[in-house]
Design a protein around this ligand. Structure first.
Ligand SMILES: [Zn+2]
Length: 312
């Protein structure tokens, strides 16, 4: 007689704790009226965050929600839906992808199935399609069952060129590609009236950025950041990782770090200095401003190593 009751209680407790865990993956942060960041954890992808170790954006218009980036997996897209429900009952009408890393776009199919239009530049979609198989494999290795049911879906009608003007519900926005960033084809969503940029992975705040062997280069990303900053001078940036920040913080934690890597590593690589000694020397001299960033211990040496190989 007790057993079914205990089982029911245990199931209910599990359901409540699962809901609580899900609700806490992405923290909604109000950036301005009707404009939000959904801030995920700064660490690695894991089953609890379903690959959403990143920051997303939401703009609530009279005609529905514009979601900036869709999460890394089907479950990751559900984490975004859970966070959106705390902001507005309105449906997601548009999903705009700023990039091609898993958490920027692999949740697209979930929102498309609910009627949302998927929007991205041509250059972004090309990289998504080239990387899709590898990204899904990587997620399955890291997340196991949590990655199941994730189906890559890019925008079926990508926008040509490096810039597009869009309007939903009277809200003007621009989608702009300034050059290769964390990935080739990375783009920025810009609100020209509010001077707010959703930078995608062009900007990392609060945590150390990571260089990848993916066709982008540290010197290109440094140049792209500098072009973006000079062209837009945003008042607020919703970064690809971390909390909403000022341009000064983005400069200090992304632009300056990229410039420092170029300055320190390029001469050593061109001089054909020993790779391992260069990594040890440059890492030991990493300025305090970068050492205090999350993930510094895990990533700084890898970045120096990667930059060296790119400059070789
Ligand atoms: Zn990212």
């Amino acid at each position: 007689m007790f057993k079914p009751l205990l089982k029911a209680l245990a199931t209910a407790a599990f359901a409540v704790s699962a809901l609580a865990a899900q609700a806490s993956v992405l923290q909604p942060v109000k950036v301005a009226d009707d404009i939000y960041a959904l801030v995920g954890p700064l660490g690695q992808r894991d089953a609890a965050n379903a690959g959403d170790n990143a920051t997303f954006g939401a703009i609530v218009t009279p005609d529905g929600v514009i979601l900036i980036d869709s999460g890394a997996t089907k479950v990751g897209a559900e984490h975004i839906e859970t966070a959106l429900k705390t902001i507005t009952p309105k449906p997601v009408r548009w999903v705009i992808n700023t990039g091609s890393q898993d958490h920027r776009w692999l949740g697209n199919a979930t929102f498309a199935a609910q009627g949302a239009k998927i929007i991205a530049l041509d250059s972004t979609v090309n990289v998504q399609q080239a990387n899709a198989t590898q990204e899904i494999q990587g997620l399955k290795m890291l997340l196991g069952e949590i990655a199941a049911g994730t189906v890559p879906m890019s925008s079926p009608d990508p926008l040509p060129g490096n810039a597009a003007r869009l309007n939903l519900g009277g809200v003007d926005l621009e989608l702009r590609h300034f050059g290769a960033g964390h990935f080739p084809g990375d783009a920025v969503v810009w609100l020209p009236k509010q001077h707010i940029a959703f930078s995608g992975d062009l900007v990392f705040a609060d945590r150390m950025l990571g260089l990848l062997d993916n066709g982008s280069r540290v010197d290109q990303w440094a140049q792209t950041f500098s072009t973006f900053a000079a062209a837009l001078k945003p008042k607020i940036i919703v970064p690809g990782h971390g909390k909403p920040c000022s341009l000064a913080q983005a400069q200090a934690q992304t632009g300056d770090y990229l410039d420092w890597l170029v300055r320190e590593v390029q001469p050593a690589a061109q001089n054909m200095d020993d790779l391992e000694k260069t990594v040890q020397r440059v890492h030991a001299a990493t300025p305090e401003a970068f050492r205090k960033l999350d993930n510094f211990e895990n990533i700084d040496k890898k970045n120096i190593n990667r930059a060296y190989l790119e400059f070789q």
